[in-house]
Structure formats: structure tokens, C-alpha cells
Write a protein that binds this ligand. Sequence first.
Ligand SMILES: [Mn+2]
Length: 446
Amino acid sequence: MKEFKELLSKEAARFLKWQESVDEWIVYSHLDADGISSAAILINYLKEYAKARFRLRIIQQLDEAAIKEIKEDERPVILCDFGSGQISLLKEVIDKRKVLILDHHQPEEEIKSENLIHINPCIFKRNAGSIISASGVVFLFLKECGLDDPKMASIALIGAEGDGQDIKSELNYEIFKQSDVSERKDLNVYGHNLRPIHKILEYPGSYEIPGVTGDETKAVMMLNELGIKLIDEETGEFRTLSDLSSDEKQKLISGIIIKRQGLNNPQDIFKTVYELRIGDLNKTLEEWSSMLNACGRMDKPSVGVEMLVEGEEKEANEVLKKYRNELAKAVAWLNENKNKIVLTDKAAYIKAYNEIPYKLIGTVCSIAALTPLIDKEFVVGIAEMNENELKVSIRSRGNGVNVGLALREAVKGIGQGGGHEHVGGAMIKKNYEDSFIKNFERLLNS
Ligand SMILES: [Mn+2]
């Protein structure tokens, strides 16, 4: 990625020059974990290094409404985790004001302008969006502008985790080496610091504990047999994996492996766990990113930004609880309404409309794509955004079709959308649902 590095340093010089004449920016970022991490790094830079003022807006999509809002403003603009795919819609803004785009989605077209700085590794390498996050792009760019802070490198990796990326990819690993994130081999489960241990045994994730998986009572019994206490006597709360002493941890690991004897790879229960401490909070990157994601989806992105900046989690934990309830409701709805899933050769269309909040439909599709619930290569969710528009989310299990590109093509003229190889999102006008499905099906089968 030599060309990308050259772009970073060349454009950093221009951005520093811009700062001499700008004292207030408007910043737009995406409301997922990557977008919120991007925003946290960027506003830290604007405050501490550029000494500039800003107004921050965190939104689900850079749609027409958002672009209209940008057009009506007069301040120069910074866009994170979107913008590359909407450059043609931003032409008018770029003609008049300075625009900085820090993104990792497939660019739509390239515009050359004195008013535009466009930082995106996909300009040089297709699908680079899966080897570095927007927060990683923000970090690497601002580093060239003088940012020097391991905490910001760490936050960039929360974004990478949120976008499902490999922390060992070339660019992410470079950021990792500058961060405070630690790595260790540990149990391959989600929620080392977040979930009660018996819940982890009940749903360990990618492997099975025969006789225990799926059965909460058996999970509790297993802990009893191993002599591991379920509840912390002092606080009265459920203990998490990170509360275990190393002796207890060892007992638990052997207990799991013993129960897995007879399976092909009984020892196959480990992975690299990345952990980050901010203030008094110690969490895995997965946990940080799911908390940010919850804050975004529940319309409380600023709670997420504050958690990262202040290392304070009380409010974020409440948001996470509410989010999990909402999500459980949505998944329950899907289970009870399988008859509303329209199946084609390759895809399943979940027509949820107003039964699932549109901000949750993408997550519901991810869950559906990860479970045996839906057995198709492409899971497409459709939910109501407002009176006139539908939100479309797509997840694929991996095959030759690039979801982001196919989706962009399928909504041409009837909406807007894009994404990455396996993940896509769009909004379309309500009356055009059928033509979207027809277009998408044609692309899947061509
Ligand atoms: Mn992203």
C-alpha cells in the first residue's frame, strides 16, 4: 500500500494548511462502531491538536436529507466512514467549501478539486475496505498530521473489530503495534468481561460443549461440579470469565475439553483475544465495539463517544441492556414469522417493514446469516425508515458476488446504497421494492 502511504503524507500537508484558515468544522460520521470510533479519534485531534471548534453529527447514512443539511450549512466539512460513495452528490458542496473525506468504502468516482481531500485505500486497491476500517484511515491520516497517541491507535482497532476485520492484516497490524491493545490466547467466546460464565457455556459460539450447549441448567451444573462460583458474594453479581482466578480458569478450560472428548478437535476452543483498558474499564475489542454499536443503534452515539473519551460506562451499559432487549424482540419476531420470509434460489427476503426497527434490521440479518434459521447465500432485510422510504440490509455468506457493488447497481434510480464484499445497506423509495428485488435477483443470477 505504498501509494496509499504517499497519499496520506501528501494530503496531510494540505490539511494542515487548511487548518490555518478554518476554525470551525462540521463533522459527519457513521453510527456504527467504526463510525463512532472514527468520530472519537477525529474530535480528539480537532480539540487537542488543531485547537479547532466543530459540530459533530452521527447519522445512519449519508443520504439526500443529510446532504441537503450539509448544503445548507456554511462550514467546511469532514466525513468519516462514508462520503466516497456519494462524491457526485457532494459536487455542489465541493465547489464552494473545503471537504475532507476519510472513508474505506468503494469510491463512486474521483473528483479533482482544490477543495477536496479524499483519503481512501480503495482508490488503489479494490476491497481494501476489508483490510482497514474508517477509524484506521482516520488514525493513519491524522498521524501524518501530528497526532501521536496510543489511545487513538487503540480506538482505531475497535472500529476494525466492529467491521469484522483481521487485526493482523497489514495495515491494522501496523496500528496495533502503536496501540495499547494487548493480545493473548484465550477461550474462543464472546463477552469475556461482559457475560455471566454460565451464559458463555450455554452459548459458547463457534463450538459445542456436548451436553451443555443450549442448556442453561446444565451450564450452571457444570460450574458447580468444577467448584466455580456463579455469583460474586461481595457484589451479588454474576461473575464473568475475567473475574476467574487463573486456577479457576484452568479448571474451566480442562472441564470444557473433557466434555469435548470424542469430538474431532476437543482442544479447538481458543482464539486470540485482544483487550484494551481505557480508564478503569478493561474490555476486549469485541466488547468495546458491541457497546459502541448498541449506542449507535439506540440513537445514543454520544454516549459511546463519551465512554471512549472518559472511560465511563454506566450510561453505555444501560444502553446496551435496552439494545439487547430490542434485538431479542426482533429475533423472536423473525422466528415467529418465518412465513413472511420470501425465498428465491439464492436469497431470503425478510420483509419486516415496521415490525423491526430499521436501525436493527442489519444486525438481525447478520444473526440470521450466522444461524441455521435461514439457509440461503444472501439474507436481505427490508424495514420501514419513514413514510416514503425502506431500509434494505444485505448479508452474504460468501460467494462471487460483491454485495456492496451489486446493491449499488440494484438501487440505481430508485434509491441509494453500497457496502463491502459481504455487507451492504441501502434505502429505496417505498413503491420500488419489487423492482429492487427484480434487479437484485437479476444480478445474483447473471
Ligand atoms: Mn466502516
